[in-house]
Design a protein around this ligand. Structure first.
Ligand SMILES: [Zn+2]
Length: 194
């Protein structure tokens, strides 16, 4: 995969969100730092093990965010963003991710088996890793009314045209796109390779 250089604004945002020691220059550097520093915290690591064991879901929420999972036990937990949905599915090995275009509501479905996408309702699905110039970055948690939740900027779109249309109405949004297969590959690197 081609190395993804990060927009310095995205880089700073990622640093702030996960409280990393340095701002990562590239996507793979981000994942390395996240793995070492964020997952290096025992309680974060332990939680990820719970997810891996099928006993927990990353960032489960009551809110209708547009992102949910279809689990083997028949439940359909909602999660806060596209990253949470894909991360949970990859850790648990067999899950279906349901997503809704943040622009028009078009539904998408992605089936994960093992460490890869075995089926996507559209081959053109793209992942958006973004942020905004607003200050006060916070994790999206329950019923708080956060200033600028991280998860409001992490999305899946049916294709780049839907993303472009969504961006037109968001003048302060910045970020970058990653294809579905590439974001899955990045997730797998951080979750399994080290
Ligand atoms: Zn759309």
């Amino acid at each position: 995969m081609v190395e993804q250089w990060l927009d310095p604004r995205v880089s700073q945002r990622l640093q702030q969100v996960l409280q990393l020691s340095t701002a990562p220059a590239t996507m793979s550097e981000f994942w390395q730092l996240a793995e070492k520093e964020y997952l290096g915290i025992p309680e974060n690591k332990e939680f990820m093990e719970q997810v891996r064991a099928g006993k927990a879901v990353i960032a489960e929420t009551d809110e209708d965010t547009g992102y949910s999972l279809a689990l083997p036990d028949g439940s359909n937990p909602k999660v806060e963003c596209a990253g949470d949905a894909l991360g949970t599915a990859l850790l648990r090995h067999v899950d279906i991710v349901h997503a809704r275009c943040p622009h028009c509501g078009e539904k998408m479905q992605i089936k994960i088996e093992g460490k890869r996408v075995v089926n996507a309702s559209l081959p053109s699905i793209v992942f958006w890793m973004g942020g905004s110039a607003k200050t006060g970055i916070v994790m999206l948690e329950g019923k708080d009314i956060p200033e600028d939740p991280v998860c409001y900027h992490i999305h899946l779109f049916p294709n780049r045209d839907h993303l472009a249309a969504w961006l037109q109405a968001k003048s302060d949004e910045f970020g970058f796109t990653v294809s579905l297969n590439d974001i899955v590959e990045l997730w797998v690197q951080v979750l399994y390779n080290r």
